[in-house]
Design a protein around this ligand. Structure first.
Ligand code: NAD
Ligand code: MG
Length: 297
């Protein structure tokens, strides 16, 4: 069993059987991903780093967001999870894990690419939790398209609405409620610096997220609100198996990294915990890369 604390070689940690080619429908369910991903449910041990905090986690049903939800709850935070209605079964699985820790878990399904819902989501989170001090924006849309000629305006628009516009709407709506000491954490990607030729729209949104966050971090510093980014490398999640990558690429997914393997969602959670907690008090406008050793600018 992989452990969060024991000295371990990271290259051989989180061994995973080779994924078969697969194509999950819609945004994909964690429950249908083969092989299953590791979200830290059997390994993450909290130590009170987020005691009493109130967190909104978008994309909290699966993948990286699920690992973050588990970790935040075990660190003592109550959480609201956002996800698409078609992912209800995944969200229910996460809610059971969070509630097992004794923390509150509120589920708010809906489409954050819709401005009115994105804003409503924040108001629901504030109402349900009695405030908000951690905003973990993890939801994202990634669909590969080989030729620019085949990238439709609708798809381009939806990628930007989900990855960039929703961030603007959610952060703007949350700001009046965030106290000094609050933390906003956005999710970029190695694609921001090393874009794949078939991810033109997605990679561009991820660069935008880095830049948006660095501008906003300076604007909000006088209020004592920190803004940071986590930039994952290739992580084994339903995003990749539901059109994020060509199915033929999945068996070797992540092998191009210096580690020679994909990362697991569990390996992302500590970065989101660090950036949410008071331990990162002097860190703002930073992008924390969690990518198996790939150099970044
Ligand atoms: P994931 O599919 O498990 O999570 C993405 C989530 O986004 C979905 O579960 C869904 O709930 C949510 N989402 C998508 N569109 C939405 C919409 N319109 N309304 C509401 N929710 C919506 O995959 P993941 O890999 O854990 O992705 C999490 C984040 O990590 C994304 O921002 C992704 O771009 C980023 N990322 C992932 C990788 C990777 O290799 N998996 C690499 C770099 C960055
Ligand atoms: Mg999902």
């Amino acid at each position: 069993m992989t452990d969060q604390h024991t000295l371990t070689n990271p290259i051989t940690q989180y061994q995973m059987p080779e994924p078969p080619e697969q194509s999950l429908s819609g945004t994909g369910l964690d429950s249908e991903l083969v092989p299953t991903a590791d979200h830290g449910q059997d390994s993450y041990r909290g130590s009170g780093r987020l005691e009493g905090r109130k967190a909104l986690i978008t994309g909290g049903d699966s993948g990286i967001g699920r690992a973050v939800a588990i970790a935040y709850a075990r660190e003592g935070a109550d959480v609201v999870l956002s996800y698409l209605p078609e992912e209800q079964s995944d969200a229910d699985d996460v809610a059971a894990l969070v509630r097992a820790t004794g923390r509150t878990c509120v589920l708010v399904p809906g489409d954050i690419a819709d401005e009115s819902f994105a804003r409503e989501l924040v108001r629901r989170a504030v109402d349900e939790l009695g405030g908000l001090d951690i905003l973990a924006n993890i939801a994202g849309r990634q669909k590969f398209v080989d030729e620019l000629a085949d990238l439709t305006s609708e798809s381009f628009d939806l990628t930007f609405k989900t990855n960039v516009h929703a961030l603007f709407w959610i952060i703007q709506e949350a700001l009046p409620h965030l106290p000094a000491g609050a933390s906003i954490i956005n999710t970029s990607s190695i694609q921001a610096y090393k874009p794949s030729p078939n991810l033109v729209d997605y990679a561009t949104t991820k660069a935008a997220i880095n830049t948006l966050s660095k501008a906003l971090a300076q604007q909000l510093a006088p209020q004592g609100i920190r803004v940071n980014v986590v930039a994952p490398g290739p992580i084994w999640t339903p995003l990749q198996a539901s059109g994020g990558q060509p199915p033929a690429k999945l068996p070797t997914f992540g092998e191009q990294t210096p580690y020679g393997r994909a990362g697991q969602p569990a390996e992302l959670a500590p970065a989101y915990v660090f950036l949410a907690s008071q331990e990162s008090s002097y860190v703002s406008g930073e992008t924390l890369n969690v990518n198996g050793g790939t150099p970044t600018p």
